[in-house]
Design a protein around this ligand. Structure first.
Ligand code: GLU
Length: 494
């Protein structure tokens, strides 16, 4: 067998997700077990949603966990660049090749036409998909229009009948009917590739031998398989890893469980325990022991021991395991780890200016600032009773602010203030109407040190976590409210 090379290919469009770490861990173990290499590639072709901040957070979060890669945007390597936005010059050649071979075609359809086709198909209870309009165009005519600079995308052809067999190392052969596949866009009108083209071309050029990716990608596997066939390239071996789930079996989502790796770091979990827990997601040691290190996992790794039932990511179980790890540290290690977590001088230097003017003795610091060293804070429902706002309006305000803060990438006091400002203005309120609620949710107290500074210092994960907890305390948000308030959110300027 040629050299084993695996990869993780995250899109830097949000917080570093535990699902990314989980897939990274299994790719890493698989590669190491076979003496192979593990690569990190950034899939940032979605220019609107990708950010460098998010990319850096992915690097930091994976490194915090102890996951290292042999090649990647920040470490280099022989197959670079490892950022798709820097590989723009590569993809056109491959898309041209597919058009020349007749496997793909330029499509000039306007958004309006596509909407009409879609609406008609939906009305006929058909699966909406591209109707093949431009596929039948005379190639010479298509070339002429492309040369004239007419806006177009490139679409791939797909068979209209039969089934595609997806060979999965865990499931065996999975059959997916071709009539479920759309004529996928490979190149967008802006000249950038979509996930499908870029992913296949890069996995090939980076000599990836095994692709372990999340199960959510299984339905689109036929399109990737077809692309390998069109290019005449060897297809990497495929593993579709089971999705992480909430305790109620639904797909892990931040509405029900914190999903950002940095949340777990801020909550004071040990990275070894976190990695250990991710290793327990659908996988077990041959002797079923619960606590094991990364090295032990690699030593005993066997992909066929992954079980397909959806693994449950359960905060209580994780906390239990973390406790096991904590108790096995020496007292010195425990103290050093706690110090590194939040009892370090960097963190204290951020808090000191806020408390200095408010205390007369050092012994008053802890009661005033304990919320800086907590995960959840004890919340007092009475503090959310508002002079001007009804309870429903209080929940609405908190939810809108939470959503705004979830989208905020530059976590700075000024930006945080702008988010809150935008919401209160839209609701025709004042900043001071929102502040008592912020104090109550973030500090658990009626007043304290500057809450905007506190939010900056606590960071996005704990801030949002506490806002979510406040919402829960006040009765949560119904599905109907969720829908209505999302509409409202869309009207608030960014
Ligand atoms: N960019 C995709 C993601 O965000 C990669 C999926 C794959 O592994 O092919 O997960």
């Amino acid at each position: 067998m040629s050299k084993v090379r695996t990869r993780i290919a995250p899109s830097p469009t949000g917080d570093p997700h535990v699902g990314t770490a989980y897939i990274a861990l299994f790719n890493l173990c698989f590669a190491r077990q076979h003496g192979g290499e593990f690569i990190l590639r950034i899939e940032d072709t979605d220019q609107l949603r990708s950010t460098r901040e998010s990319e850096q957070q992915i690097f930091d979060a994976l490194r915090w966990l102890g996951i290292e890669w042999n090649e990647g945007p920040d470490v280099g390597g022989p197959h670079g660049p490892y950022r798709q936005s820097e590989r723009g010059h590569i993809y056109k050649k491959y898309s041209d090749e597919l058009v020349a071979k007749g496997h793909a075609f330029p499509c000039f359809c306007s958004a309006e036409r596509l909407d009409e086709v879609r609406a008609a198909q939906m009305a006929n209870k058909e699966t909406p998909r591209y109707d093949g309009h431009c596929m039948h165009m005379d190639p010479a005519e298509a070339q002429r229009r492309v040369a004239a600079g007419e806006s177009h995308v490139i679409r791939m052809k797909v068979p209209s009948e039969g089934v595609c067999v997806v060979p999965d190392l865990l499931r065996g052969d999975v059959e997916i009917p071709w009539d479920r596949m759309d004529m996928q866009v490979l190149m967008k009108a802006d000249g950038l590739p979509t996930y499908f083209l870029a992913n296949v071309v890069d996995d090939h050029l980076m000599e990836i031998s095994h692709v372990l990716r999340g199960e959510e990608w299984l339905p689109s596997a036929p399109k990737l398989i077809k692309l390998y066939e069109y290019f005449g390239w060897e297809q990497p071996k495929l593993v579709y890893m089971p999705l992480l789930r909430n305790p109620d079996k639904s797909k892990l989502s931040k509405r029900k469980n914190p999903t950002s790796i940095t949340f777990y770091e801020r909550m004071g979990f040990l990275p070894q325990a976190m990695l250990n827990y991710l290793g327990r997601m659908g996988w077990s040691m041959p002797d079923e022991r619960e606590k094991f290190s990364l090295d032990e996992m690699i030593e005993h790794f066997d992909i066929t021991r992954v079980s397909l039932g959806g693994p449950i990511f359960d905060l209580e179980k994780l906390s239990w395991l973390n406790g096991q790890w904590m108790r096995e540290l020496s007292v010195e290690q425990f103290a050093a780890a706690a110090q590194q977590w939040a009892f370090n001088s960097d963190y204290l230097m951020q808090i000191a200016p806020l408390v200095q003017g408010r205390v007369e003795t050092f012994s008053q610091i802890a009661p005033l600032a304990s919320f800086f060293f907590a995960g959840a804070v004890p919340l007092d429902a009475a503090l959310f009773a508002h002079k001007k706002l009804a309870p429903d309006q209080v929940r609405q305000l908190l939810q809108l602010i939470l959503w705004k803060l979830e989208a905020l990438r530059q976590w700075e006091k000024e930006r945080i203030t702008e988010c809150i400002q935008a919401v209160v203005e839209h609701l025709e309120l004042k900043l001071r109407d929102a502040m008592p609620l912020m104090f109550a949710a973030i500090t658990g107290q009626a007043s304290s040190v500057s809450v905007l500074d506190a939010m900056q210092i606590l960071g996005p994960d704990l801030t949002r976590f506490r806002l979510r907890q406040a919402l829960e305390l006040l009765g949560g948000v119904s599905k109907k409210e969720n829908k209505e308030w999302e509409k409202l959110l869309a009207q608030i300027p960014a």
